[in-house]
Design a protein around this ligand. Structure first.
Ligand SMILES: *Cc1c(COP(=O)(O)O)cnc(C)c1O
Length: 390
């Protein structure tokens, strides 16, 4: 294929080579291992020669196809696919730090990422400091001689606060830190951290990439240098993605750009509509001019994303009433699905945080997270009104 294709074309045409059956749609390689023509070719494979296909914990054609497509979408040369987004996030840190190292992370990370930093890494002597995502000028106060990594996520979940990727890239470069970005919320269709110098980008493919709520998956894509370490770590610790899940997600990538455009268009419409409702105290959406970082959103994102969060004046009772009364929207903790999903972060995804921690990342009791699906937007409005009206 010509190299200069648009990412969306690569997500469609970046298929593996055809087998002898001349199939049009890429086949699924549901096999744990591969065979060799001779003892010599097997030995050569283990020396790192040949096509490198040996065992599905290392790689597999179905998985490799997915990884190659995500590399094209993110504009990064190398990658590895994991069984879940958290396996990717954990590998992105564990493969690159050692005892005594220190990480600077923006506050308001995904709940389980917060658990890795607070409860798992300290067991191995790796420390971290949270910094304010919105104020890059305050970050240098957190620097220590042993700081090796800047870890961030933008937009954040569920507060939809943005981190200035250009500032984060510069801060990381100036201080010789690995710059690691969880790009799950925006996806590479909307935002490409590599354009700002990211060394490593992670995804929960469970979300928008699969987009239909079927399979779990995670992706790591990065520079050759960083991915060499990450791949070594993953091959030997075993978080590999199932070929079946890779096959499903790879097919989903063919429609990612059209799905995302539709998700974002509906999300913006609903965000605007919610803003005018009296029972809604505040609406958070990066492409609403009322978002405090609207200008930044326009600079680093090509659309506002598929998540809208809003605060109900009636607090927890109003949030419960909304979640209990809707008939189309689903109560679930997932996001990035064709079906609109409502979540109440304070009592579910973020219930493990203390009330102070929740307050510090903007999660009030009346906050509802909506992952906007692909249903007709008028049906969604009617459904939401069932739950919003007194
Ligand atoms: C869901 C999510 C993850 C974790 O992904 P899983 O596939 O559920 O393991 C990590 N980061 C963000 C931003 C997410 O939304």
């Amino acid at each position: 294929m010509p190299k200069k294709l648009h990412p969306q074309t690569q997500a469609i045409r970046g298929q593996m080579e055809k087998t002898g059956f001349r199939e049009h749609s890429a086949p699924l390689f549901l096999t744990s291992s591969f065979t060799f023509d001779s003892a010599e070719s097997m030995a050569a494979s283990f020396r790192g020669e040949g096509d490198g296909i040996i065992y599905s914990r290392y790689n597999n054609p179905s998985v490799d196809e997915l990884v190659a497509k995500v590399c094209a979408l993110e504009g990064l040369p190398a990658g590895f696919a994991t069984g879940s987004g958290m396996a990717a996030v954990f590998a992105s840190i564990a493969a690159l730090v050692q005892q005594g190292d220190h990480i600077i992370a923006t506050r308001a990370l995904f709940g389980s990422t917060h658990q890795i930093l607070t409860s798992i890494l300290p067991k191995w002597g790796v420390r971290f400091t949270y910094v304010d995502p919105e104020n890059p000028e305050t970050w240098s106060a957190a620097l220590r001689p042993e700081t090796v990594m800047f870890l961030t996520e933008t937009p954040s979940n569920p507060g939809l606060k943005l981190v200035d990727l250009k500032a984060a890239g510069k801060f990381s470069k100036d201080n010789d830190l690995l710059f690691v970005v969880d790009n799950c919320f925006a996806t590479s269709i909307i935002q490409r951290p590599a354009d700002y110098g990211a060394d490593l980008v992670t995804h929960s493919a469970t979300k928008w990439m699969d987009g239909q709520g079927r399979v779990l998956g995670g992706l790591l894509v990065g520079t050759e240098e960083v991915m060499e370490k990450v791949t070594f770590f993953c091959r030997h610790t075993g978080p590999a993605m199932s070929p079946f899940n890779a096959w499903v997600i790879s097919k989903s990538l063919e429609t990612l750009h059209v799905r995302l455009a539709a998700h974002c268009a509906s999300a913006l419409k609903l965000a605007e509509w919610l803003t005018d409702l009296p029972m809604v105290k505040a609406v958070h959406y990066p492409y609403l001019p009322s978002h405090p970082q609207y200008e930044l959103a326009r600079r680093q994102m090509t659309a506002g994303g598929g998540i809208v969060t809003f605060e109900l004046a009636g607090g927890i009772e109003a949030a419960n009433a909304l979640l209990n009364r809707v008939e189309i929207c689903t109560r679930s903790s997932n996001l990035g699905d064709t079906r609109t999903i409502l979540t109440h972060p304070a009592t579910t995804t973020h219930s493990k945080l203390t009330p102070e921690e929740r307050a510090s990342v903007g999660i009030s009791d009346g906050l509802v997270r909506m992952s906007v699906g692909l249903e007709h937007v008028d049906d969604l409005k009617t459904d939401l009104l069932l739950g919003l009206q007194p």
